[in-house]
Write a protein that binds this ligand. Structure first.
Ligand SMILES: NC(=O)c1ccc[n+]([C@@H]2O[C@H](COP(=O)([O-])OP(=O)(O)OC[C@H]3O[C@@H](n4cnc5c(N)ncnc54)[C@H](OP(=O)(O)O)[C@@H]3O)[C@@H](O)[C@H]2O)c1
Length: 279
């Protein structure tokens, strides 16, 4: 998508994800003086001022003194109704682009709090946002302008890659694959490290071997741009060691296990959305 101009951003909730997004924005040359943090935990204010000296830090939405183009909502889902209702009473925010990263809350909830005409982009980033390697799924209703879509894309691209979906329900699949995905890979690494120890490696040795293998495999896939099945076939010689392990995974139906796990995650995401949607 095309680049938009840098715009004033009001970031509400500067916790783990909010601060990661701000870090990404500044790293991509978004001027910190255009960022206002609204964070109710005053204990976080000093570190925000230290990390983003040119930004403005306030404690509540009542302290907002300007009209931001973008309002980035990064509070927990249970705090979202209060935040949105406190913004809705300010007419000057009616043209803002609202970007939310809250898990589970459907666009219909924001429309009920902010009004039907509010421009809303719903996103599902993941924790590698902290190092600029997030994968973020985004959805917005068709009524959102191309400019607002481009702006949302530019902001989320500051923390990694973006992928737009054209149906809100597909965000449940995004949650199941990339939103929760880092934990699956940590679990696989945990299993590999423990298995290495069973085979005689120390915990440290097995950790190093596992981690570098995961990093190298991901980079190789990224650089070669081949599908995963081909990449696997390329390193699986007939009668070799890798084949023995892959056969074992297949006999134990790893594909079915993974599919069941991701289906469970997607169902839970759907359930959470439904429960918020009823409120
Ligand atoms: N962490 C992840 O992996 C991940 C991934 C995708 C999406 N998300 C979503 O990202 C959002 C933020 O998650 P997080 O882990 O960054 O949460 P967090 O670390 O708890 O940060 C949220 C911050 O917002 C503050 N806050 C709450 N209500 C406020 C208000 N009315 N005005 C100003 N500040 C307010 C909170 O203060 P208090 O502590 O006092 O409440 C807290 O400091 C959540 O909606 C989550 O679903 C997270």
């Amino acid at each position: 998508m095309s680049n938009s101009n840098h715009q004033p951003i009001l970031l509400i909730g500067a916790g783990n994800m909010g601060a990661s997004i701000a870090k990404g924005l500044v790293a991509t040359a978004w001027p910190a003086e255009l960022i206002t943090f609204c964070e109710q935990q005053t204990s976080r204010h000093d570190s925000l001022k230290q990390s983003f000296p040119d930004s403005t830090v306030i404690s509540t939405t009542e302290d907002i003194t300007h009209t931001p183009k973008v309002i980035l909502l990064a509070v927990k889902p249970n705090d979202m109704a209060d935040v949105c209702q406190s913004l809705a009473i300010n007419q000057s925010f009616s043209n803002a682009l609202y970007i939310t990263i809250a898990a589970g809350l459907p666009v219909s909830c924001y429309q009920s709090w902010l009004g039907d005409h509010a421009s809303i982009v719903r996103c599902m980033p993941n924790t590698p946002a902290a190092i600029g390697l997030a994968m973020t799924g985004l959805y917005t209703p068709e009524s959102t302008s191309v400019n607002d879509k481009n702006l949302a894309d530019q902001i989320l691209s500051a923390i990694g890659k973006t992928l737009w979906v054209n149906k809100e329900s597909i965000l449940d699949a995004v949650t199941a694959v990339s939103g929760s995905g880092p934990a699956y890979l940590f679990y696989l690494m945990e299993c590999m490290q423990k298995s290495g120890q069973t085979l005689g490696l120390s915990a440290d040795e097995s950790y190093t071997l596992t981690l570098q293998t995961m990093l190298g495999a991901a980079q190789l896939a990224d650089q070669q741009g081949l599908d995963f099945e081909t990449l696997r076939a390329n390193v699986t010689s007939k009668g070799g060691t890798t084949e023995q392990a892959i056969n074992c995974f297949m006999q134990n139906n790893l594909q079915t296990i993974v599919e069941d796990a991701l289906t469970a995650a997607a169902s839970r995401a759907h359930e959470i959305s439904q429960s918020f949607g009823k409120e």
